[in-house]
Design a protein around this ligand. Structure first.
Ligand code: 6PG
Length: 509
């Protein structure tokens, strides 16, 4: 029997980009890790990197070449972290652990971007074999290494055991200012600050919240790309010049990780050509599916989330490169009149406000979606807590999340983020510039599906009366689908014989 001192605190399966960096993060936080991957090179790589970076002289990462060896090398009760692709791979690993004799007091944590309904199913499916817990991880490679945002959900008992580990490895935020506490060196550990890891709710809730995080991420990225498109293609600024404009914006209300990396991408020079690398990146966007899932869920729960959906459609539109190239020679656009430098500066200021307003709408859509989903699935989501753990570590991290945190701390039951006094003021002050920026973009022939769908969302929210009255009339005309009346309080449904014959409004039960 191996003495406890030689057994590892945590088992880790899946040593890809995220997995490898989470292992090193765990090691930095003094957890010993038994690491397994089907690819033995990946095991060797993580052990080598740990030895390279490890200044403690104590071995922290132990390689395992089988599931049973992994289990034999763990302290009881076992905690095993999975970092494998969503879908069949998760079930494959779970089945292998069962075959290798995992005990029923073990906790298996799925940290991938699993579809939330799969997580609900798995918790039930494996309940007699082990405790399936889930915790989506956001922050990419650097986040996983030095402090991700973690969205755990599942059994509260499992969370009680995982919590100290999760709060140790998570990104940290200064409790007073809401600003991230930087951690970017191997071996560095941050013990102060609020960890960006908070229990989300029952199984599936955490993966749902991560899914919405990614939907918002898609919208955030699309808004930045639309601003770049207007500035670069519309106003003729070079990639580097757009980078300079974005750097200024990143020092103000639009500061965010995504804005920061966009400056880097725009300034990056190709080694081959010496020119802006972004100019030679093919304009066809990939997508692994989480943004699509978010848009689909918004349609299923009846939540208007047009900016998130348009961000997904924009990626699809970009994939039709040859069709767009063909159409570009056929479809006419506006006559372009040269703009003076002063006119360009005005558009830049208007565009800044347009981005900020559209960003507020995209987040309002995401939080509204989580609110409706929680109601539909019986979850109790704490939106201030969710905004808090998104202030650092994750891909959408930004000071902006502190404003959202404060909005929900003022009123956790906020009907919609747009109705928080702070955001009402921000939108009211900037909405005119938003409209002017979209007018300029339209006359420049530059598409801005995210920015303009956000304005349509904002204006629809402002409408006490929408044209759905005519729509109900249309539906009743061709399908006798009935309608309610705004001058009655009887809740009755009405149908009209929509013809040249006498029109009599009859109440039908
Ligand atoms: C994160 C990211 C990550 C995302 C990948 C691919 O939070 O760290 O959102 O989870 O899945 O970056 O995303 P795409 O859907 O754009 O391919």
């Amino acid at each position: 029997m191996t003495p406890d001192t030689l057994l590892c605190d945590i088992g880790f399966i899946g040593l890809g980009v995220m997995g490898k960096n989470l292992v090193l993060n765990l090691a930095d936080n003094n957890y010993s890790v038994a690491a397994f991957d089907l690819c033995e090179d990946k095991i060797a790589a993580v052990i080598e990197q740990d030895q390279l970076e490890n200044t403690t002289n104590s071995k922290r990462v132990y390689g395992c070449t089988s599931y049973s060896q992994l289990l034999s090398q763990l302290k009881a009760p076992h905690i095993i972290v999975l970092s494998v692709p969503a879908g069949a791979a998760v079930d494959f690993v779970c089945e292998q652990l069962i075959a290798a004799g995992i005990n029923d007091n073990a906790i298996v944590i799925d940290t991938g971007n699993s579809l939330w309904v799969d997580t609900v199913d798995r918790e039930r499916k494996y309940q007699n074999d082990f405790l399936l817990f889930s915790s989506a991880v956001s922050g990419g490679e650097v986040g996983a290494r030095f402090g991700p945002s973690l969205m755990p959900s599942g059994s509260p008992e499992a969370w009680a055991r995982v919590k100290p580990i999760w709060q140790a490895i998570a990104a940290k935020v200064d409790a007073t200012t809401g600003k991230p506490i930087e951690r970017n060196k191997p071996g560095q550990v941050i013990s102060e600050g609020e960890p960006c890891a908070a229990y989300i709710g029952p199984a599936g809730a955490g993966h749902y919240v991560k899914m919405v995080h990614n939907g918002i991420e898609y919208a955030d990225m699309q808004l930045i790309c639309e601003a770049y498109h207007i500035l670069h293609t519309g106003l003729g600024f070079s990639a580097a010049e757009v980078g300079d404009i974005f750097e200024q914006w990143n020092n103000g209300k639009l500061d965010s990780y995504l804005m920061e990396i966009s400056v880097e991408v725009l300034r990056h020079k190709s080694v081959d050509t010496g020119t802006a690398l972004v100019d030679i990146i093919l304009d066809k966007a990939g997508q692994k599916g989480t943004g699509l899932w978010t848009a689909m869920s918004s349609l299923e729960v009846g939540c208007p989330a047009p900016t998130i959906a348009e961000a997904v459609f924009a990626r699809s539109m970009s994939s039709f490169k040859s069709l767009r190239t063909q159409a570009s020679t056929r479809l006419k656009g506006p006559e372009l009149t040269p703009l003076s430098e002063q006119e360009k500066q005005v558009i830049i200021e208007q565009l800044h406000d347009a981005m900020y307003c559209a960003k507020i709408c995209a987040y309002a859509q995401g939080f509204q979606l989580m609110k409706l989903a929680a109601k539909e699935h019986g979850w109790t989501l704490n939106f201030a807590s969710i905004a808090k753990i998104w202030r650092a570590g994750c891909i959408i991290r930004a000071t902006f999340l502190q404003s959202i945190t404060q909005a929900y701390e003022r009123n956790e039951d906020l009907d919609n983020l747009l109705l928080d006094d702070f955001f009402v003021a921000q939108l009211s002050e900037r909405q005119l510039n938003w409209r002017k920026a979209l007018c300029s973009a339209t006359m420049l022939g530059i598409p801005n599906p995210a920015m303009s769908s956000a304005l349509a969302y904002y204006d629809a929210m402002r409408c006490d009366v929408l044209p759905a009255n005519l729509l109900q009339g249309q539906r009743d005309f061709f399908g006798a689908h009935t309608f309610e009346r705004n001058d009655k309080t009887d809740g009755k449904k009405y149908h009209v014989q929509w013809s040249t014959l006498e029109r009599n409004t009859v109440a039908i039960d």
